[in-house]
Design a protein around this ligand. Sequence first.
Ligand SMILES: Nc1ncnc2c1ncn2[C@@H]1O[C@H](COP(=O)(O)OP(=O)(O)OP(=O)(O)O)[C@@H](O)[C@H]1O
Ligand SMILES: [Mg+2]
Length: 238
Amino acid sequence: MIEIEGLTVRFGGVTPIRTMDLTLPATACGVIGPNGAGKTTLFNVLSGFVTPAAGHVRAFGDDLLALSGHRRARWGLRRTFQTEQAIEKLSVYDNVAMVHEHTGGRRRDRRRDVFAALEFVGLSVSPSAPVGALGAGERRLVELARSVVGRPRVVLLDEPAAGLPDEETGRIGAVIRRIPADLDAMTVLVDHDMNLVSACCEVTAVLDFGRLIAVGPTQEVLRDEHVVRAYLGTEEAA
Ligand SMILES: Nc1ncnc2c1ncn2[C@@H]1O[C@H](COP(=O)(O)OP(=O)(O)OP(=O)(O)O)[C@@H](O)[C@H]1O
Ligand SMILES: [Mg+2]
C-alpha cells in the first residue's frame, strides 16, 4: 500500500503534480492519464529522482521521502524507465547483476538471485548474450528482470511494453501479473495500453494535468464518464 498526501512537484513555472492525495491500496495498481499528466513525475518522486515541493509518501507505513534514493532501492523499491536502461554491450547476466549489487543484494546470493529473476520473466536467451544482440521483446524482459531481482517490495513499471506488438505485450503482462503473488511485491503499472492495464491492475488511478481525477477498481474507473472524457474519449473517437 502506498499513501500519498498533499504531493506537489514544481519545475520552475511548471507544476506537474498539484496537491495530490492518492492511496494505492492493492497489490496490483495502475496509473493512467494523457501525455504530460504527471505519471512519470510521480514515479520519479517515489524513486527519489525528484524531490517534491510538498507532501508525504508512505509505503507499507514507511516514510519514503525520508530515505535517500539509494536507501529506497535497498528498502525494496524498484522501477523500470520509459527508455531502456540496460547496457547494450554488457551481457544479460551482468545487466541484472548490476541492479542486484545496487539494491544491496548479498554477493554470495547474486548468481542464484539473477538466475531466479531471468527464470521468473521467462527469458530463454543465453545469460552471456550481450543485450544489444536481443530483439525488442527480449530486451523488455531484461528490463523487467532488472526490476524484480533480489527482494523487491514495490515495483514501478513505466510503460514496460511500449512499442511492442500485441503478442509480446501479452507476454510482458503475464509476467507482471505474477509479481504480487509469486514475489510478494506490489506492482504499480503506468501504461497507455488499456488492455494491459485491465489485465494487470486491480485498482487504477487516473491523472490529468497533475491532478487525480479518479481512482477505484480498474473496470469501474475505465467506464467512469469523467475518465472517458478526459482521456479515453480521444481513443474511442479515433
Ligand atoms: N525535469 C523536468 N523539467 C521541467 N518540466 C518537466 C520535467 N519533467 C517533466 N516535466 C513536465 O512535467 C509534466 C509531466 O510530465 P511527465 O513526464 O510526468 O508526464 P507523463 O504522464 O509521464 O507523460 P507520458 O505519458 O507522455 O509519459 C509535463 O508537462 C512535462 O513537460
Ligand atoms: Mg511518462
